[in-house]
Design a protein around this ligand. Structure first.
Ligand code: GLU
Length: 410
């Protein structure tokens, strides 16, 4: 017996696979530093815990409307007005099981087999596979060498009569780049003119550094939300550190949301009433938690920038948002540490017990994605081990996991 060819061709998510690998190693007592997964380590905001617990204690754990609990959707409408300056209606909103499902649902709703979706490299690992699951073709547009921001001219060259959607993710996973207002401001009319939908994955929009505010597509749209072509995806996972709640949402034209709801009604029915209650409380509760998280991440960003600068041969474009960076290891690649990003990530895991994600999975070979969403100690220790493993001029002896390691360990 074999599985279907279509699903059989879909790759496992490398971020989720590495997360599992790190968990298993830790379970075996290994001292693993996890710079792989994008998951903030803060506690769930108390308001969210209390609301979800109260819902549970009430014992009324039932289906909700397909597109979400009305009061939660209202909170999302208010969030949209506050953060994007756009008045939308509850009919423009659909609550999904995480931003990930919202993106998949939007893609499934918008594209027909044989059509094309433009992805901007570096892109998040799941986009190409999601596009393929919809029977569509990902068309990759790379940022120019030395930059993580794509050029409008390159994007426009990739637009064909088959292009249906472009996915924009800024602040960007994996690079930490924040796309300029000028790029987004020009991209929106370019898409509008050609009837191309733009899915803005805005899950990191609050996690920006140095006092900046991330420009977002919705603010450049010349048309009303219902006449327009923009679907903004967001959620509580990254900004509130509520990854396990699996609550995200999409805000888009009513006609699109209506069909996304049909898709959802036939697949998951609705998101959990418990976690919707928690997510609503997070949106309505004290917002200091977001700023606290952002500050912690920003200070981790400074550690990563300094730590990578201390490893000879590594180049980094300073991240301006998210909790990722995408350093360039091409100068170091070779026989000892591996000749591509997959081999390099395997080398760092095996020799230094540091989990990273290969840049190849994000469409950028020779780089690794590091997540600095964890504690400062974890970030520092990860960089210390990486330097030891990568730089022959650094100390030949290091201890971790209760053991002392000499470089001749490998
Ligand atoms: N988005 C996060 C990451 O890129 C979480 C894992 C995932 O869903 O891929 O690490």
């Amino acid at each position: 017996m074999s599985v279907g060819q279509h699903a059989g061709a879909i790759a496992e998510s490398p971020t989720m696979a590495l997360n599992e690998q790190a968990r298993l190693l830790r379970e075996q007592g290994e001292s693993v530093i996890h710079l792989g997964i994008g998951e903030p380590k803060n506690r769930t905001p108390p308001a969210a815990v209390e609301a979800a617990a109260a819902k549970l204690a009430g014992g009324e754990i039932k289906y909700t409307p397909t597109t979400g609990v009305p009061s939660f959707k209202k909170a999302i409408v208010e969030y949209t007005a506050r953060n994007y300056g756009r008045e939308v209606a509850p009919a423009n909103v659909i609550v999904c099981d995480g931003a990930k499902q919202a993106i998949f649902n939007a893609l499934y709703t918008l594209i027909d087999p044989g059509q094309e979706v433009i992805l901007l490299a570096p892109y998040w690992v799941s986009y190409p596979e999601m596009v393929k699951m919809c029977g569509s073709t990902p068309v990759l547009v790379s940022a120019p060498e030395g930059s993580f921001e794509p050029r409008l001219a390159d994007i426009e060259r990739a637009m064909t009569s088959r292009t249906r959607v472009i996915i924009v993710n800024s602040p960007n996973n994996p690079s930490g780049a924040v796309f300029s207002a000028s790029l987004l401001g020009e991209l929106i009319p370019a898409c509008e003119k050609r009837g191309i939908y733009l899915i803005m994955d805005d899950i990191y929009h609050k996690l920006v550094f140095d006092g900046a505010i991330a420009p977002s597509c919705l603010q450049f749209a010349s048309r009303s939300i219902d006449q327009g072509n923009i679907i903004v995806v967001n959620g509580v996972a990254k900004t509130y550190g509520m990854t396990g709640f699996r609550i995200g949402w999409a805000v888009g034209p009513k006609d699109v949301v209506k069909v996304m709801a049909n898709v959802q009604s036939q697949t998951t029915s609705c998101s959990s009433v418990l976690t919707q209650a928690g997510a609503e409380a997070a949106l309505r509760g004290p917002q200091e938690v977001v700023e606290e998280l952002r500050r912690t991440i920003e200070s981790n960003r400074d550690l990563v920038v300094a730590g990578l600068a201390a490893i000879r041969g590594v180049k980094l474009i300073k991240p301006l948002g998210t909790f990722y960076c995408l350093p360039d290891f091409r100068e170091l690649l070779g026989e000892r540490i591996g000749s591509n990003s997959h081999q390099l990530a395997a080398f760092l895991l095996q020799k230094a017990r540091v989990v990273t994600v290969p840049g190849k999975d994000f469409g950028v070979e020779g780089h690794l994605r590091l997540s600095y969403a964890g504690s400062a100690d974890e970030v520092i220790e990860g960089l210390r081990r990486m330097r030891w493993a990568l730089d022959p001029a650094s100390s030949s002896e290091i201890s971790f996991g209760g053991k002392s390691h000499r470089r001749d360990w490998f």
